[in-house]
Write a protein that binds this ligand. Structure first.
Ligand SMILES: Cc1cc2nc3c(=O)[nH]c(=O)nc-3n(C[C@H](O)[C@H](O)[C@H](O)COP(=O)(O)O)c2cc1C
Length: 205
C-alpha cells in the first residue's frame, strides 16, 4: 500500500483536538441533508482534518482501514473539473438518464454546486470489502460535518471521471487508489428539508 497521501494529509489524531460537537447523534442523522448550494466561505484544513479524524473511526473489515482521502480545494478549480466530468458524461462515460442529459445540457450546471472542497474517499486496496469501509468512513465524515454546521453532498457523478487513469495522473492520485466516494464540503447556503423516507421492508423471520 502506498503511503503517499497518508504522508501528505498529516492526520494526527493525537494532536487534533477531539472537539465534541454539540449535537446528539440522532439529531445529526436526522438533520443531515445533501446540500447543493454553498456560500463563498472556505473550510480550513484543520477542520477538514478533524472531520477525517471522525471518518476513520468507522468500522473496517478485519481492521484493515483500506482508505485514503484526497482533498481537492478551490471552487473555481472544481468548476473547471465539473466541465470535464460533464464532457465525459455527454460522451457516454458513466450513467445516463433523460433527466441527467437535461442537466448536462445546462451550461450553468456545476456538478460540485460551487462547494470549496471535494473530499474523495479512496480504497487503497482491492480487498473485497474495501469499498464498504470507505462508504462507512464517508458517512462518518458527512455526519461530523453536519454536526459542525457544515454541509456535504455525495457526488457519485464524478466517480467515473475520478477513476480514469488520465484524471488520477493529473490530480496526483496514486494509480492503486480507487476513488469510491467523492463528497463535497462547504458552508451551506440552503437548508433543504428532508424528502422523508419510505418505510423499508423489514422481514422478521
Ligand atoms: C452514492 C451516492 C451518490 C450520490 N451522487 C450524487 C450526485 O452525483 N449528485 C447529487 O446532487 N447528489 C448525489 N447524491 C445525493 C442523493 O441524491 C441524496 O442523498 C438523496 O437524494 C437523499 O437526500 P438527502 O441526502 O438530503 O437525504 C448521492 C448520494 C449517494 C448515496
Amino acid at each position: 500500500m502506498s503511503n503517499t497521501m497518508v504522508a501528505e494529509t498529516s492526520l494526527r489524531p493525537e494532536t487534533i483536538a477531539r472537539e465534541t460537537p454539540k449535537m446528539d447523534l440522532l439529531t445529526a442523522i436526522r438533520g443531515r441533508r445533501a446540500v447543493r448550494a454553498y456560500t463563498n466561505q472556505t473550510v480550513d484544513r484543520r477542520t477538514i482534518e478533524r472531520l477525517l479524524d471522525a471518518a476513520v473511526e468507522a468500522p473496517s473489515a478485519m481492521g484493515l482501514e483500506p482508505w485514503a482521502f484526497v482533498v481537492l480545494e478551490g471552487r473555481d478549480r472544481l468548476r473547471r473539473f465539473s466541465d470535464d466530468v460533464k464532457d465525459g458524461l455527454r460522451r457516454g462515460e458513466g450513467e445516463s438518464s433523460p433527466h441527467l442529459r437535461e442537466m448536462l445540457a445546462d451550461p450553468s450546471f456545476n456538478i460540485f454546486y460551487g462547494a470549496p472542497a471535494l473530499v474523495i474517499v479512496c480504497a487503497t486496496s482491492r480487498q473485497t470489502q474495501a469499498a464498504e469501509d470507505c462508504c462507512l468512513a464517508a458517512q462518518n465524515f458527512m455526519l461530523a460535518a453536519h454536526a459542525e454546521g457544515l454541509a456535504t453532498c455525495p457526488i457519485g457523478l464524478s466517480r467515473v471521471w475520478l477513476n480514469q487513469p488520465a484524471t488520477k495522473l493529473r490530480l496526483g492520485i496514486p494509480g492503486e487508489y480507487v476513488p469510491v466516494f467523492p463528497v463535497i464540503l462547504g458552508h451551506p447556503a440552503e437548508r433543504p428539508a428532508s424528502h422523508g423516507r419510505l418505510a423499508p421492508a423489514v422481514l422478521w423471520r
